[in-house]
Design a protein around this ligand. Structure first.
Ligand code: EPU
Length: 418
């Protein structure tokens, strides 16, 4: 086991490179198996445990996977199984993207129900609704989702809730359906657009991704392609918030500033300076920032995935902030840990009231999930004294080389084996 040890209270300064987006990569890799001919070469893949997990899952299904630096090649021409039932499948959220891809290509699949971070109930009713509308029969049998269809036929589907996963999964299944599918009330997140662009590079015909209406004209087959994953909006947001919290000046490179607008706007409202470059943002802050209210919303609203890191910054901001978490009802597991460090936070249902304190004090804390881990790293960076973070396997699932990246901008953070 490992832990992170942080000696806090130093400003962070310099430049940091953002990796490829986790939530795009963990969708694109399983979706790649839809190609019945040719290899997919996916570039800008982040070096994270969730990607390793997906690669193992694909190998178990019979894909040939080769990893070279940040590039992964997937040859799925000789897939031997449509039944994904390993421990890796059960622990990952994104394994459900196998359902859409296998259903499209083979008209059948059996995939164990997915896991993921413990941040609330994570239903898949909208995925099922979409697959059924396309003509599939869906059953849940001994903890697995079983889908089967003689034919998939394009139709109109209106999602009851805005869901990233359901939008990507049903869009994927529809690429090989007969005729036209229209998805309404679709998610608009950057990684939805990235998966659509990837599928289009393989020969699909998808228009409108990034708006709430996506139109897919079914094609006969998809073939391998070379594709580069977009930069990680959430990793970038985490470094932006860290820079604002530590009172430093950090230029965050390899980003799409447009994807970060809701975060930039909040940091500016708090009194930080944010300057956008072509593919970078610079965040500069000095002293205590002002409290603000946050409501998490689907894109382009404030992302739920940076709510927890933002909560840390609000802990030391001046005044009272209200956080309204409207996507995941249990995304406050970091709060008790921040309180151990001196934060004043009260959670009632999906609302957290944060009263800013002068400082946090280092202690031993435990990450319960990925973004809780990121919140605790930022807390350690700003706290007086030493913070030890346990449970860092959660952080490694989604942040590549987090300690090296923070060290490169002046943080005192080390990984220690325990
Ligand atoms: N929902 C339903 N029915 C469904 C699907 C979703 O009611 O069939 C609800 C959920 O309960 C939730 C809301 O819709 O309240 C949004 O869920 P969504 O489907 O968008 O989430 P997801 O696809 O399971 C992805 C990311 C999450 C991120 C959310 C929201 C991946 C692998 N995960 O999850 O990322 O929080 O979108 O943006 O892409 C993270 O990276 O830390 C993380 C948890």
């Amino acid at each position: 086991m490992e832990k992170l040890v942080i000696k806090g209270g130093r400003p962070i300064l310099g430049q940091v490179e953002i990796s490829g987006a986790k939530n795009a990569a963990v969708a694109i890799l399983p979706v790649a198996i839809i190609a019945s001919k040719g290899k997919c070469i996916i570039e800008n893949i982040p070096d994270i445990e969730d990607v390793n997990c997906i690669e193992r899952i694909l190998e178990d299904l019979g894909c040939e996977i080769k990893r070279e630096n940040n590039s992964v090649s997937i040859d799925s021409t000789n897939i031997i199984s449509m039944d994904a039932n390993t421990e890796d499948v059960r622990k990952m959220r994104a394994s459900y993207y196998l359902i859409g891809a296998l259903l499209a290509r083979f008209k059948k699949a059996k995939v164990d129900l997915p896991g993921g971070c413990p941040i609330g109930v994570r239903p898949i009713d909208q995925h099922i609704k979409g697959f059924e509308a396309l003509g599939a029969t869906v059953t849940i049998e001994s903890g697995a989702v079983k889908v089967e269809a003689d034919r998939l036929i394009g139709t109109s589907i209106y999602f009851d809730v805005v869901s990233v996963g359901a939008t990507i999964n049903v869009m994927t299944a529809a690429t090989l359906a007969e005729g036209t599918t229209i998805l309404e009330n679709s998610a608009k997140e950057p990684h939805v657009v990235d998966v659509a662009n990837f599928l289009n590079s393989m020969g699909a015909s998808i228009k409108g991704a990034g708006t709430d209406v996506i139109r897919i004209i079914g094609v006969k087959e998809l073939t391998g392609c070379t594709y580069s994953v977009i930069p990680d909006q959430i990793e970038a947001g985490t470094f932006m918030i860290a820079a604002a919290a530590c009172g430093g000046e950090v230029t965050i490179n390899n980003v799409i500033p447009k994807h970060l607008e809701s975060i930039s706007a909040k940091l500016m409202e708090m009194g930080a300076e944010v300057h956008e470059g072509g593919d970078s943002v610079t965040v500069k802050a000095k002293g205590r920032l002002k409290a603000v209210n946050i409501k998490t919303l689907p894109y382009p609203g404030f992302p739920t995935d940076v709510q927890q890191p933002m909560n840390t910054l609000l802990c030391i901001s001046e005044g009272r902030s209200i956080i309204n978490e409207s996507i995941w009802e249990a995304r406050f597991k970091h709060v008790d840990e921040l309180k151990k460090m001196g934060a004043s936070i009260k959670v009632e249902g999906s609302v957290a009231t944060v009263d800013g304190v002068d400082k946090l004090i280092g202690t031993v804390v435990t990450a319960s999930d990925l973004r809780a881990g990121a919140a605790l790293v930022i807390a350690g960076l700003i706290a007086e004294g030493t913070t030890e973070i346990l449970g860092i396997e959660h952080i490694d699932r989604g942040y590549p080389n987090i300690e090296e990246k923070f060290r490169s901008i002046g943080a005192d953070i080390t990984r220690v084996t325990i």
